[in-house]
Design a binder for this molecule. Structure first.
Ligand code: ATP
Length: 276
């Protein structure tokens, strides 16, 4: 994003931000409520309210998304950029089986056969570590817990093998005991699939355990951007220091940066999933 400005009605919400997403890295966008984090994510998919006006550019693989015809943008949205939200039910249809949700989405964008779509659906459920994928395909969203459902929403978001995944407060609505498992899953998908992840959260604790780079948004401006280490250990802006000071002390201590490679081994993740 370069010099991205967004105005909704009379109000300018983003005042010209620059942000890069890098394959295989998690870029965290932090900031308090109302600072413009979600609007930044939605702008990438051109899902802003009708009365929004956008200036600047969002370049993806050489093309400016803000200038694309709506038809091409539809393809980018479904296929190249996936998004998950705080509430997983927002991206799932309550009346359709998990199989339909995964395969309809895949077939609409790739035209693969029914049989192949089912194989891909099973495969992606394994990737997000939903237990008993064959059985899970036959179930409906209400038959899953919140943590499992967020994994399924992530599966829908990645089944078309996007290059970018936008995760807007992906664990905020989850029970604390299952948050860590979903965060580790995001880390692992980012590493294994080379996804460029935009992690949007007000929670600097989440950021400190997961993001490779952190951008701090305040009232529509990025006031600080850098590696996790630099931003958390040597914050330059008073606002970032205030956010860090607001963290519980154990999380502040944890901000010392276990490396990205230190995601939990698979067995440990499987155990966590069992608990969900
Ligand atoms: N549809 C809309 N119409 C008008 N203003 C909006 C709309 N959506 C968001 N805004 C405004 O844009 C600003 C940024 O909102 P945004 O949702 O991006 O904040 P945020 O940083 O994601 O906060 P939160 O964590 O509370 O979601 C807020 O002041 C909000 O009131």
């Amino acid at each position: 994003m370069r010099d991205l400005k967004i105005r909704i009605g009379e109000r300018e919400i983003l005042h010209g931000i620059n942000l890069d997403l890098i394959p295989g890295q998690i870029t965290g966008l932090a900031g308090e409520s109302g600072s413009g984090k979600s609007i930044t994510g939605l702008a990438m998919l051109r899902l802003l309210p009708k009365n929004a006006k956008t200036e600047g550019s969002i370049t993806f693989e050489g093309r400016d998304l803000l200038a694309l015809p709506e038809r091409d943008m539809g393809r980018i949205r479904g296929q190249h950029v996936g998004m998950v939200f705080q509430d997983p039910t927002a991206s799932l249809h309550p009346m359709l089986t998990i199989e339909r949700q995964l395969t309809d989405h895949l077939r609409a964008h790739t035209g693969v056969s029914k049989k192949e779509a089912r194989e891909r659906a099973l495969d992606v459920l394994r990737k997000v570590r939903v237990p008993l994928p064959e059985t899970a395909l036959k179930k409906y969203p209400h038959q899953f817990s919140g943590g499992q459902l967020q994994r399924i929403a992530i599966a829908v978001a990645i089944i078309c093998e996007p290059r970018i995944l936008i995760a807007d407060e992906p664990t905020t609505a989850l029970d604390v005991t299952v948050q860590a498992g979903v965060l580790r899953l995001l880390r692992q998908l980012c590493d294994d699939l080379g996804l460029a992840v935009l992690l949007i959260t007000h929670d600097l604790g989440v950021m400190s355990s997961l993001a490779d780079r952190i951008a701090v948004l305040r009232q529509g401006e990025i006031v600080e951007e850098g590696t996790r280490y630099d931003v958390l250990r040597n914050p330059q802006h008073e606002y970032t220091r205030a956010l860090i000071d607001a963290l519980p002390s154990h999380e502040r201590a944890g901000a010392d940066l276990e490396s990205a490679e230190s995601a939990a081994p698979v067995e440990e993740i499987s155990k966590e999933v069992g608990n969900e």
